[in-house]
Design a protein around this ligand. Structure first.
Ligand code: SF4
Ligand code: MG
Length: 465
């Protein structure tokens, strides 16, 4: 998911709509905005579909007045997966004795089922199936008077990943979980401030990137002042390495590093680890493009657009149902036949999850007359589900969970198949000595099975530790 918030500017909701549009790659199912105006109170709008199809309409934006607003773009990882109801669309809003608050959450709460049971037993009335709603109910039960303290109380009970943007009548609040699994950044926007999942959304509204919210930090912005709090016990950060590989936009800066440059470097590493003789290096667009450029630069094999992407399709993976995903590949990608015929082609993609995409692409490319197809993948084999906000399927559906690399190569019908090593990936994100097995610098659980937080609700879902 993507979160964005703005304070201290006129018509804050318009900026939030812009920011959410730039974060659309983080969630395409639905979006929502809450704003506050002293004369009109809190207002909210939640809609299915793209930001640009909803939050560009003047009639809708007129219902969201005020100088303080937050928003969310949704991609379902918990709750009613693939069957989002409008009640599951964030931001969520709660009315407390000291006034209301709205929150937008990116991440995944691993003890949400347990918390929900407990809260329902004690009288909470849940409105949605979302794990994030727990936070509002926990806040309601807190005995603290002020919203930031209520939030701190609530979040101390929450396990898992959260990057949150929240607001009261006067405050804009940003929080990151102690591991800092999901990104969150602070920017200066005119006389006000903006909080965003990624820097690319600051760029779109002309905000200046100031800094990241640190893992375990809460910032409270009120009357033009930013105060920083440390409500949690300090832990060693474990940022999601997959944000670098796929999830974030290539024009964003994560942890002081250009995502594009990291992806290009992954391609360089891949070319060193798994060279092969061929005529062309082609990306599976768009997610494989920077790595293909790096592979081509390092290997000296020409880069070419052997697969053309229909720009009017969203991200395949994020499509929640199997059927749409299957269709999705053909709707989205087509082979550039004239270029491919008779060639030995290296295809570079970011990941193999179920293998659906790879099989379709191999069919399409052989069909177009390619002589050989070599796959190079910009991440290690995805062998474990993510419990922290990326929608990987159950373990049985992950190709790498049941097959070795050789078996995957045969199953996918490739002439060769290679994944970047975990150490190669760490080198590409700037860890020159590779992964520290004792204290891994990132979360890489979907590749390594080394989960930084035990998913309390996930044990029966095939989790092993
Ligand atoms: Fe990121 Fe993978 Fe960890 Fe999930 S399991 S947070 S996708 S690295
Ligand atoms: Mg892709």
């Amino acid at each position: 998911c993507g979160v964005f918030g703005v304070c201290g500017v006129e018509d804050a909701a318009n900026f939030v709509a812009l920011g959410l549009h730039a974060l659309q790659h983080r969630g395409q199912e639905a979006g929502g905005i809450v704003s506050y105006h002293p004369d009109h109170g809190f207002n909210s709008a939640r809609r299915f579909g793209y930001v640009r199809d909803n939050f560009t309409k003047q009639s809708l934006m007129d219902t969201l007045p005020g100088g303080l607003a937050i928003g969310h773009v949704r991609y379902s990882t918990a709750g009613s997966k693939g069957n989002t109801q409008i009640r599951d669309v964030q931001p969520f809003f709660g009315e407390f004795s000291m006034g209301g608050a709205a929150i937008a959450h990116n991440g995944n709460i691993v003890n949400a089922d347990a918390l929900r049971c407990e809260l329902i037993d004690r009288g909470s009335i849940f409105q949605s199936s979302s794990d994030s709603e727990c936070i509002i109910h926990l806040m309601a039960r807190s005995l603290q008077r002020k919203v930031p303290e209520r939030m701190q109380d609530a979040l101390r009970r929450v396990e898992g990943a959260f990057s949150i943007v929240a607001m009261t009548r006067t405050k804009l609040i940003g929080v990151r979980d102690p591991l800092g699994v999901r990104p969150l950044v602070l920017g200066r926007l005119g006389d006000g401030y903006a909080l965003s999942s990624e820097t690319c959304a600051l760029d779109i509204c002309g905000a200046e990137f100031l800094r990241e919210i640190e893992p375990g930090e809460m910032v409270v912005i009120e009357d033009g002042q930013v105060t920083s709090h440390r409500p949690f016990q300090a832990e060693r950060p474990r940022f999601c390495i997959f944000e670098h590989v796929y999830f974030s936009r290539p024009d964003s800066i994560l942890g002081g590093r250009s995502v594009y440059e990291t992806r290009r470097q992954i391609g360089v590493e891949l070319a060193r680890e798994a060279p092969v003789e061929a005529d062309l290096v082609c990306p599976v667009p768009d997610s494989g493009t920077p790595a293909a450029i790096g592979f081509s630069q390092e290997s000296g094999i020409p880069y070419a657009m052997g697969i053309i992407r229909n720009q009017y399709m969203g991200r395949t993976f994020i499509e929640p149902t199997e059927q749409i995903r299957n269709m999705g590949v053909r709707l989205k990608l087509n082979v550039n036949r004239a270029l491919i015929r008779g060639k030995r082609v290296i295809l570079v993609d970011d990941s193999v999850v179920r293998g659906t995409t790879s099989i379709k692409i191999r069919e399409m490319i052989l069909d177009a007359g390619a002589k050989e197809v070599h796959f190079r993948i910009a991440s290690p084999p995805t062998a474990w589900p993510c419990f922290y906000g990326v929608d990987t399927p159950e373990r049985e559906k992950l190709l790498a969970a049941t097959m070795s690399e050789d078996e995957m190569c045969a199953h996918l019908g490739m002439d060769s198949l290679n994944f970047i090593s975990l150490d190669g990936l760490y080198r590409a994100v700037g860890e020159t000595a590779g992964r520290d097995p004792e204290r891994p610098q990132y979360c890489d659980a979907c590749f390594s099975g080394d989960y930084p937080v035990r998913p309390a609700d996930g044990i029966e879902k095939g989790f092993k530790m």
